[in-house]
Write a protein that binds this ligand. Structure first.
Ligand code: NAD
Length: 500
């Protein structure tokens, strides 16, 4: 199937995708694969207006019925998993297994949301007043703005989208300008589900294509009570300030600088496999990518030797080739950032293994790199930065307290893990004095989360939670209701207020 056939299979018109003002390039070879029309401020404004109008109708549709639309969407995704997964790989460069995994994640969150549509529970609360009852009711919040990053071009939107739709909220999506095609394909697939559903309001879902100026307009728009933004810390800072200026709600999923502690009792075979997947998966371009390895001095040399040997045989190449484990970086800027980080690490006394560009002659406009291992004498400022590339900094430790101290001494707080067979160490790591991250794992790497848990992190990662558990509450408004079924009017706190 060529690209045009792929786009057509996903419901897009290839002819219309040749004339837009935004060039879309595949990181596989740097070639232009489409030209997409961008939205201007007026285009965005009309999409938000349509979403606001859709909200007025959609909030009155019973939640289980809203769930039925998401069930139909998940059926559409199941039928188109191969095509959409392939488009993710072509546009984003992650290996095909991961492209398909992203679509599976969309299906999983849809299934979760369908179940959730019958479980948007509130509490009943004991009232201190006789003849009174208190309860919480959850109502749809309003149209939601979703800003997403290039590295999970469809899954992160779906975490927001599936939950928002069952909660009664239309969604205006501003995807990364590096991955607009997959966003348009998701919209086209959703429209098929809407058609099958019948009677959903126009404007329930829309996609606005463009760069940071659109995000700024989205963040400032009072018609969007919630803006859910996934991306870098500078983006989150800008969006959060604009949303806060109008006292709106921001759900932030920002950068991570994820660590793994390797204790002396760790199963090193398991650890090496977990490290490899967590570091080189998505070519090091996951928010949960493992970036810092904190290894007990007793096992540091043994682990380093095994890792350097394992890295030497990692297949790097086209992400469409089934044998490949590491595809390309997204673009030249990503490669330059990686090279600059490695140069800084060397200046800080680091010893670098790997990290060089490969296949440059064959692909002058694509950026394939050998993942790097960097042995660091200390956690210097470059280690505390998130460089969005496959670089693993290795640090040593002597006591668990020191290891946890190192792991927490960075501005980000997304994902973390420990490899240990010592119960005391594992429980300490998970306790209040352990990892300060939103995700803390034992004997499994920091990446590859399931949708059933709440996903997100602390500190500069932004504090937002998406996906499973009770993350849905961010997409609804809570009303506390007090009902008086007595013939009296007792006041709370025993206040006596004589009738006049
Ligand atoms: P990015 O911040 O460059 O772009 C993300 C989105 O924000 C895009 O839609 C972009 O158009 C927009 N944007 C960029 N700068 C902006 C600004 N100043 N104001 C308003 N909008 C702006 O991020 P990226 O390179 O696409 O993605 C990589 C980053 O995303 C990494 O930091 C990664 O850790 C993070 N990320 C976090 C999560 C998470 O769940 N915590 C998930 C995926 C990616």
């Amino acid at each position: 199937m060529n690209n045009d056939e792929l786009l057509a299979a996903l419901g897009l018109d290839p002819a219309r995708l040749r004339v837009g003002d935004l060039a879309v390039r595949s990181p596989i070879d740097g070639a232009e694969i489409a030209r997409v029309a961008t939205d201007d401020a007026r285009g965005l404004d009309s999409k938000i207006a349509r979403a606001a109008a859709a909200f007025a109708a959609w909030r009155t549709v019973p939640a289980p019925r809203r769930g039925e639309l998401i069930r139909l969407f998940s059926e559409t995704l199941r039928r188109n998993k191969a095509a959409l997964g392939r488009l993710v790989t072509i546009e984003n460069g992650k290996i095909l297994q991961e492209g398909l995994g992203e679509v599976q994640e969309m299906i999983d969150i849809c299934d979760f949301a369908v179940g959730l549509s019958r479980q948007l529970y509130g509490l009943t609360i004991a009232s201190e007043r006789p003849g009174h009852r208190m309860m919480e009711t959850w109502h749809p919040l309003g149209p939601i703005g979703v800003i997403s990053a290039f590295n999970f071009p469809v899954a992160v939107w779906s975490w927001n989208f599936a939950i928002a739709i069952v909660c009664g909220d239309p969604v205006v999506w501003k995807p990364s300008e590096k991955t607009p095609l997959t966003a348009l394909a998701c919209q086209a697939l959703f429209e098929r589900a809407v058609h099958e559903f019948g009677g959903a309001p126009d404007g329930l879902s829309s996609v606005a294509i463009g760069g940071g100026s659109l995000d700024a307009a989205l963040a400032a728009d009072r018609r969007l009570p919630l803006v859910s933004a996934t991306g870098s810390v500078p983006m989150g800072r800008a969006v959060a300030q604009a949303v806060a200026a109008r006292l709106g709600r921001a759900l932030l999923e920002l950068g991570g600088n994820n660590a793994m502690i390797i204790a002396p009792s760790a199963d090193l075979d398991l650890a090496v496999r977990a490290i490899l997947y967590a570091v080189v998966g998505t070519a090091g371009q996951r928010c949960t990518t493992l970036r810092r390895l904190i290894v007990h001095e007793d096992v540091r040399d043994a682990l380093r030797r095994r890792l350097v040997a394992a890295y030497a045989s990692i297949p790097i190449g086209s992400p469409l080739d089934p044998g490949t484990l590491v595809g390309p970086l997204i673009d030249a800027r990503a490669f330059e950032a990686m090279a600059a980080a490695l140069a800084r690490a060397r200046r800080d006394g680091g010893t670098v293994h790997g990290g060089e560009r490969v296949a440059a002659a064959r692909h002058p406009d694509a950026y394939y790199v050998r993942p790097a291992i960097v042995e660091m004498p200390a956690q210097t400022s470059i280690v505390a930065d998130e460089t969005f590339a496959p670089i693993l900094y290795v640090l040593g430790y002597r006591t668990l307290d020191a290891a946890i101290g190192l792991q927490n001494a960075v501005p980000q707080g997304l994902a973390s893990s420990i490899f240990t067979n010592d119960l005391r160490e594992a429980e300490t790591f998970l306790s209040a004095v352990g990892s300060d991250c939103g995700i803390a794992n034992v004997n499994i790497g920091p990446s590859g989360a399931e949708i059933g848990g709440a996903f997100g992190g602390e500190k500069e990662t932004g504090g937002g939670r998406e996906s499973g558990s009770d993350s849905w509450k961010a997409y609804m408004r809570r009303a506390t209701n007090t009902i008086n079924y007595s013939r009296d009017l007792p006041l709370a706190q025993g206040i006596v207020f004589p009738a006049g």
